[in-house]
Write a protein that binds this ligand. Structure first.
Ligand code: ZN
Length: 146
């Protein structure tokens, strides 16, 4: 069990050290910003939606390790997905971080199951996901105007 905990800590450390899809996406047509004032986390999510699929996704921001690692993982999960699939993935992730019930198979999202023991950190873990879902619901933006 502690080996599994170690493995999951590695996942979070790795995403924190080498964030995936980090940086503003110049071609984005959906953008949203999220912040978590109780912890000081900030996260902007940039999405290029093609049809109803997330063709490209990026994030930037600052904050605690949980918030940044979770946003990084979120981008790897949502790329190539539709808005409906993104919502389903978030529902799954939200279930994991609020109940600690990880799926049977070892996966990167399961690394966040431990967050449920620290209710104040749930907002950290879901910040990037909320920003992504808000971006998907937002009006299309002209990437060149910002
Ligand atoms: Zn935080």
């Amino acid at each position: 069990m502690s080996d599994l905990t170690d493995l999951y800590q590695q996942v979070i450390l790795d995403h924190n050290r080498r964030p995936r899809n980090r940086g503003k996406l110049p071609t984005a047509n959906r953008v949203a910003h999220g912040d978590n004032p109780t912890c000081g986390d900030q996260c902007s999510v940039y999405i290029r939606l093609e049809g109803d699929r997330i063709a490209e996704i990026g994030f930037d921001g600052s904050g605690c390790a949980i918030s940044q690692a979770s946003a990084s993982l979120m981008t790897t999960q949502l790329k190539g997905k539709t808005a409906a699939e993104a919502q389903a993935l978030f529902d799954n992730f939200h279930h994991i971080v609020t109940t600690g019930e990880a799926p049977e198979e070892i996966s990167d999202v399961a690394a966040f199951a431990g967050v449920h023991s620290f209710p104040a950190r749930i907002k950290c873990a879901t910040l990037g996901w909320h920003a992504a879902l808000n971006a998907l619901k937002s009006e299309p933006t002209d990437a060149s105007t910002e």
